[in-house]
Design a protein around this ligand. Sequence first.
Ligand code: ADP
Length: 397
Amino acid sequence: MSKTISINAGSSSLKWQLYEMPAEKVLAKGIIERIGLNDSISTVKYDGKSDSQTLDIADHTQAVKLLLDDLQKHGIIKDFAEITGVGHRVVAGGEYFKESCLIGDVEIDKIEALSALAPLHNPAHVAGIRAFKELLPDITSVAVFDTAFHASMPEVSYRYPLPTKYYEEYQARKYGAHGTSHQYVANEAAKVLGKPLEELKLITAHIGNGVSLTAIKDGKCLDTSMGFTPLAGPMMGTRSGDIDPALIPYLIEKDPDVKDAADLINVLNKQSGLLGVSETSSDMREIQDGKAKGDPKASLAFDMFVNRLQRFIGQYVAELNGLDALVFTAGIGENSAEIREAVVSGLSWFGMLLDPAKNVFGAEGDISKDGAAVRVLVIPTDEELVIARDVERLKKV
Ligand code: ADP
């Protein structure tokens, strides 16, 4: 038995989960927030207990040091030597990383060089990777890329209809995101359906704060809704999803609060979506509450959110030329029976019908009506577990 830690490092946060492997048992998990700011908060959850402390943490190395000390302090590990592997989530792997890999100096430089594709994320991942390399230099270190599952997309899907040199010289193409989640739930869906993944046509709908859909055929990604960055696709919590790009210069000229394109992209990422339309919240629970109370803006936000999901599902049914199952996952997809009902009620022509007795809070597995032509599934995602498994797999290489 050995212990493996999954790491998701953001610019000012570090989420982690410690596993006993190969048993895949979660021993502890936690998050360190406000790294580099005053009053950083570190929370550790283990054995049904939760411990939080507030202190100043200057950088990711200090955060990792604190996390390792906390593991010892709470008796979760006795010795650092028990930790034999670390897996780091990396948002952008570009065209270079097509699968998870062991991390050496070359890989660190490459992940850093890909920062143009994920300016907020990749530099933070590199900080997390370096912190572990410094404090635990001898353990297996693995990178797991959000883009890797989408690397199999055909050119017809990943190219934009732009001048070719934009792709050839500037790498302007669709990369997608949430790949680890799409791949995990697709594999789990194949188990529920009792067929090999390679024989299924699936649409996986990762619906959380970020939203992305993937069309899967022959076990591979055929198309996905996030694009060059995660801003593309259906409407999200605070992201607009797809809009007419001609709005960008128009709005920069009109809105006195927006100085330049970077400013507007910030609005499209952080002040749009459910938040922008409802003017109250980016959180689906609050949107549903607002709708129930008759708030017209919350109702419109809900309806637009559903409409954009349906558009992508319809598009992917066409691209796949058929469908075996639609899979809901992530915070909204797993928990909101109301969203699933609203989305699927508009897809009956495609053969999707929900069983209201199965489409309830806490549902897992098949929630469709007996005899419906296309199955609708709820599969909880588990990106941390995929990361821990990849560490185990690559340890043996
Ligand atoms: P992230 O993309 O940040 O990982 P999550 O996958 O955790 O986000 O999803 C967060 C979203 O899930 C929020 O909009 C939240 O309101 C929504 N959510 C969580 N539980 C419920 C619920 N019971 N009903 C409706 N929405 C829910």
